[in-house]
Design a protein around this ligand. Structure first.
Ligand code: AHM
Ligand code: MG
Length: 336
């Protein structure tokens, strides 16, 4: 039973025995992530003070502008995990291909791979709106002692052993799951310690918030248009409230606390939507499900989907179970 105000360090040690045959590797890995998160938090917090805001001048593999802090966050997480030789490979939303980490004896004996979106929602940095980091951890599927291959990264979300996000908001929080519920830790910046502030987080079964970029309305599939109209109808518990930050971690974090649905659908201009299956949707789906919510592409459970590409995109519907189910009803009535 998680104890409120316990530090993340204590929590990790206490829960290590939950894993049969645990060698402590996963605990050390989560420790490395909490360290990198503190470094990124420090940089994000001083974004307005020094000349680090604004575009970096390059585009990433998806053709989007990279913000300077995107680059810094990417390097911080990769370097921390590489220096500590804690994983055998890393794939990042900001890098074209995955990285192989051979380990200290060049023996490729570490068993975990990490997939990461180092700074999600980074277009919000220049305007002082919260951003996040998302991570996903899998056990490699290729034999120990050999370099990792793409197969180790292209695993269905079902295989995740842990996933989490860091939200750099009014306070900084690290929320994660290892498949035994979801716990949220808040950073005390004066001490540099994370404290368990949100034990056993639970998605309300239903809610009154819908989060979607309605500016794209005309391009949405009919099922999504119909669901939006349903949300806006004058009924006993409706209209719902519309809340969209444009920073997925923050939108989903709020909905998990208050009850709501987040949708990033496909559209006539983006045939698979915008969000990435491996770096964004799978880890958020794991957290959402562990908190009792639901995550689908409008038809199929996200974590059942077998990925085919590292940077694959997918429509994303997630949140309070009853609300996602209602949206799915509207999708099913219309053509895919
Ligand atoms: P990013 O990884 O380039 O930051 O993009 C992902 C972000 C999500 O956090 C957010 O939900 C979405 O993009 C917002 O996109 P849009 O501006 O199209 O609504
Ligand atoms: Mg992202």
């Amino acid at each position: 039973m998680p104890k409120k105000n316990q530090t993340l360090g204590e929590f990790i040690i206490e829960n290590q025995s939950d894993f049969a045959y645990s060698s402590g590797e996963l605990s050390r890995l989560i420790n490395s992530i909490r360290l990198a998160a503190k470094v990124v938090n420090h940089e994000v917090n001083k974004a307005g003070l020094v000349d680090i805001i604004g575009a970096y001048g390059e585009t990433n593999v998806q053709g989007e502008d990279q913000q300077k802090l995107d680059v810094m966050a990417n390097e911080t997480f990769i370097q921390t995990l590489t220096n500590r030789e804690i994983v055998c490979g890393i794939a990042s939303e900001e890098s074209d291909d995955f990285i192989t980490i051979p380990g200290c004896n060049n023996d490729h004996r570490n068993k975990y791979v990490v997939l990461i979106d180092p700074l999600d929602g980074s277009s919000n940095i220049d305007v002082n709106v919260s951003v996040g980091t998302i991570f996903s951890i899998y056990r490699r599927v290729t034999p120990l002692g050999t370099p990792v291959t793409k197969e180790d990264f292209l695993q269905a979300g079902n295989n995740q052993v842990a996933a989490g996000y860091i939200i750099y908001g009014t306070s900084t929080m690290l929320v994660y799951t290892t498949g035994r519920g979801v716990n949220g830790f808040t950073l005390n910046p004066a001490l540099g310690s994370w404290y368990l502030s949100h034990p056993e987080m639970k998605f309300p079964e239903t809610g009154r918030i819908y989060s979607i970029n309605e500016g794209n309305y005309v391009h949405f599939p009919q099922g999504v248009k119909d669901y939006i109209k349903y949300c806006q109808e004058e009924k006993e518990d409706r209209p719902y409230t519309s809340r969209y930050i444009g920073s997925m971690v923050s939108d989903i974090h709020r909905n998990m606390i208050k009850g709501g649905i987040f949708i990033y659908p496909k559209s006539s201009t983006a045939t698979n939507g915008k969000l990435r299956l491996l770096y964004e949707c799978n880890p958020m789906a794991f957290i959402v499900e562990q908190a009792g919510g639901k995550a689908t592409d409008g038809f199929r459970r996200i974590m059942d989907i077998q990925p085919t590409e590292l940077h694959q995109r997918i429509p994303f519907f997630c949140g309070s179970t009853k609300m996602v189910e209602k949206a799915e009803e509207f999708m099913a009535k219309n053509e895919r």
